[in-house]
Design a protein around this ligand. Structure first.
Ligand code: SF4
Length: 349
């Protein structure tokens, strides 16, 4: 589902994703992993995409990078980078402009080549650097991501690096493309908390120094609060809420966002049991004709099972796809649920 057009006539953002739908065809069914997702990333901005496993975050990231492989395909929608459409095979022209850091650094590196070799390969492809110039730049990049004794370590293999150092090296490889947009797909999930904090600080420093835009994918609301300027909450292939980070944390408008926030340790009163969202994210196999969150939603009412919520503006810069915020569309028989909705709202006080 698309977020509403805000009507602004300003410049084209760095990245504009519009009504993106990515599906996977299997023998049994078609899985709509990303179903009508829209958001934008501006120059120098960090935009977060957050949700549970299976919400479609990583498929969104891979779609943007042109990394969807068979049986997956981008079925419809638009991905524009600096105003140029990428879908339809234009990724090669921007291959170095968009770079990705994956969750698991060990699988992002080739174990039989030195770290320096792998950074130099990216420098050769994307910046045309070779020989001593490439070696010096590889050392500079390792220093930039905080690898001590970089001149020596550039000749070491990935297994000689610790987990945190490997992720730093992977970030150096991503920077070797000299990207404008860095897509970070759960870059700290495989790391312990101390190293995670260091990597987040590193990304923050790099963003300011290199004037990077970052698309940050994570399931961790705590990480989003630390990193993002703006947040898109995904559920079952759709963005269900979008807002600046402070707005989202101060006044979440979608029940799913409220559930995610309630499950952050430390946000509930001392002694309270940490709330969880019961159940699992469904796998969407058809276009939605209802609210996909309804089976888990504490606020669900009759219409939620037969009306698919559209994004509505709930604040100056906040949208949510929830029927609590829109006039419920009438049923085909002409009857609606508004009275019931009001009654439920009244009960919640
Ligand atoms: S539309 Fe209904 S089920 Fe969906 S989030 Fe809103 S209240 Fe809950």
């Amino acid at each position: 589902m698309a977020a509403p057009d805000d009507g602004a006539d300003g410049d084209e953002p760095l990245l504009a994703v519009e009504d993106l739908t990515t599906v996977f065809h299997t023998d049994k069914e078609t899985i709509r992993a990303v179903d009508g997702v829209s958001f934008e990333v501006s120059e120098g901005e960090t935009v977060g995409v957050v949700g549970e496993s299976g919400s479609g975050k990583s498929v969104t990231a891979r779609s943007i990078l042109g990394l969807i492989e068979s049986p997956g395909t981008i079925e419809s929608g638009s991905i524009r980078f600096r105003g140029e459409e990428l879908t339809g095979g234009n990724w090669e022209r921007h291959r170095g402009d968009l770079s990705i850091v994956f969750q698991d650094p060990i699988n992002s590196m080739n174990p039989v080549y030195t770290v320096g070799n792998q950074i130099r390969e990216a420098l050769r492809i994307h910046q045309g650097l070779r020989g001593q110039a490439a070696r010096e730049e590889a050392v500079r990049l390792l220093e930039a991501v905080g690898i001590p004794d970089a001149r020596r370590r550039v000749g070491e293999y990935p297994h000689q690096f610790s987990g945190g150092m490997r992720q730093r090296a992977v970030i150096a490889m991503a920077l070797a493309c000299d990207p404008d947009l860095l897509v970070c797909d759960e870059p700290t999930t495989a790391l312990d908390v101390t190293i995670q904090a260091q990597i987040l600080e590193l990304l923050d420093d790099l963003q300011r120094e290199e004037d990077l835009a970052i698309l940050f994918i994570t399931h961790d609301m705590g990480v989003i609060e630390e990193t993002a300027d703006r947040v898109n909450v995904m559920y079952a292939g759709e963005v269900v809420e979008s807002a600046p980070v402070e707005t989202l944390f101060d006044g979440p408008a979608h029940p799913y966002t409220r559930g995610l926030l309630a499950s952050i340790p430390g946000r509930t009163a001392t002694g309270d049991r940490l709330p969880t969202i019961e159940g699992e994210v469904p796998t969407p196999t058809e276009s939605a004709s209802d609210c996909r969150y309804a089976p888990r939603c504490p606020d669900a009412f009759d219409a939620c099972e037969r009306v698919h919520p559209e994004h509505v503006r709930v604040g100056p810069d906040q949208t949510a796809a929830c029927l609590l915020h829109e006039e419920v569309r009438p049923r085909p028989d002409g009857r609606g649920d508004r009275g019931r909705r009001r009654r439920r709202r009244g009960r919640r006080g």
